[in-house]
Design a protein around this ligand. Structure first.
Ligand code: PMP
Length: 427
């Protein structure tokens, strides 16, 4: 069928796949990927229901597993004091604020949370959004647009890339953690654009490596660019007292224009924030579409994050425990001959197999041994970078970590016997 094309545009012959979604190439590709795993004898590892709080352990189908799949880094989700704060907030304010904060959804908890975040990070002020992903998507587009340029790390999270795309600004990626390459792009393109935003992460979520924030601050100052640091995985996990990258020696909090973070990881809640100079925060609060035209953060979520910030202050030993556990897992994996990539004293430890099927089989083998760890496979990463990804928490015991590495080595031995060495990095 030839549908009425816009005047002047060539008519396009529609196929059924253009209007029957189940027959579209996009959907077929997804279906083939899911079916390929099943045909290879690998169970679908996604959307498995977890029956309790997900922390160092989790319950699946009534059985308890040692768990490395949650970013409940500091054990805040499930902590009785955090839960009590969320329950009190529900009793007092209900389960929804029932309006955008701009109009009548503002609760005292929102500002308390924002002030506590700004104080921890060393920023002027902060604004909290309902989702971490939504924070990046909406904040970037609010601050840059057509005529501007976003330079981002090649491994930047989808939310940063989507934010840059949707903003209408020009977009260029620079090689991972390569600040010199970022500077070369600035030298070349700075003059053509009104504003330039450099977007990086503190700790990268796939590899567990860190960025050199101080070097980026230096560059952004020399080229009059804005710098945004996504602290989803660094707040609460690195830096003095878990302050994140702003708590590291040599990093001046005011050198970063936008400290972004999520409340869903170390802070055991849900939502995102931008901590920034007060004018930027004010501008976002009055103009960012994902803030202005969206309901305010639920009382329970705000109260949980606020209680977690208090616990972080009162119990800095959680951050120390997390660092000890991360070091132990990394050391044991390396000793057993696994390729842990660039993981750098952070709670994210990849075990790179370089083969999606091997990653899925290894994950399955560990699951059978009572350990839950997620495979990250193509197309989420390049095939050569397929991996298992461990998220360590402060509540893991040494015994649980040792058991996990033993299960990993054991699963590898079994796989080598049954399917050969292909794709599994071995000593
Ligand atoms: N930024 C980074 C670097 C992330 O890893 C994530 C989520 N994994 C987000 C932003 C989005 O945060 P949230 O899951 O809280 O929406």
């Amino acid at each position: 069928a030839v549908e009425g094309a816009a005047e002047g545009a060539p008519a396009k012959r529609l196929t059924r796949g253009d209007y029957v979604f189940a027959e579209s190439p996009e959907y077929r590709r997804l279906r083939e990927t899911i079916d390929a795993a099943a045909q290879a004898g690998v169970d679908n590892p996604y959307f498995t229901p977890h029956e309790g709080v997900t922390a160092d352990t989790t319950i699946i189908d009534g059985r308890e597993y040692v768990n490395f799949c949650s970013y409940n880094y500091l054990g805040m989700s499930g902590d009785p004091r955090v839960q009590a704060a969320a329950k009190r907030a529900i009793d007092r304010y209900g389960t929804s604020v029932s309006a955008s904060r701009l109009v009548s959804g503002e609760k005292p908890l929102h500002r308390e949370l924002e002030r506590a975040l700004a104080e921890l990070i060393g920023a002027d002020d902060a604004v909290a959004f309902v989702g971490g992903h939504a924070t990046n998507e909406t904040a970037i587009g609010c601050l840059v647009g057509p005529g501007d340029l976003v330079l981002h790390d090649s491994l930047a999270h989808n939310s940063l890339v989507q934010g840059a795309r949707l903003s209408g600004a020009r977009r260029r990626a620079f090689p991972h953690n390569d600040h010199a390459a970022c500077e070369r792009l600035l030298e070349r393109y700075r003059g053509e654009h009104r504003r330039v935003l450099i977007a990086i992460e503190g700790v990268y979520s796939m590899d567990g490596d860190r960025s050199d924030v101080a070097a980026f601050i230096d560059i952004k100052r020399r080229h009059h660019a804005y710098l945004m640091v996504d602290e989803a995985h660094s707040l609460g996990t690195v830096g003095a007292a878990g302050r994140g990258m702003s708590g590291l020696d040599g990093v001046e909090p005011s050198g970063v224009d936008l400290w972004m973070g999520t409340l869903s990881k170390a802070l055991g809640s849900c939502g995102g924030y931008i901590a920034a100079p007060k004018e930027i925060v004010e501008y976002l609060k009055y103009t960012a579409p994902g803030f202005v035209f969206s309901v305010g953060m639920p009382p329970a979520a705000a109260a949980a994050a606020l209680a977690s910030l208090e616990l972080l202050r009162e119990e800095p030993e959680r951050v120390e425990r997390l660092a000890e556990n991360s070091r132990l897992l990394l050391r044991l994996c390396r000793q057993a001959g696994f390729d842990t990539g660039a993981s750098d004293a952070t709670p994210i430890v990849p075990v790179i197999t370089g083969d999606s099927l091997a990653a899925m089989r290894l994950s399955r083998g560990m699951f059978e041994r009572g350990v839950n760890v997620q495979p990250i496979v193509h197309p989420a990463v390049e095939e050569s970078a397929a991996r298992l990804r461990f998220f360590v928490t402060s509540t893991h015991s040494e015994e649980q970590i040792r058991l996990a590495v033993e299960a990993l080595a054991d699963a590898r031995r079994e796989l080598q016997k049954t399917v050969g060495k292909r794709g599994i990095a071995a000593p």
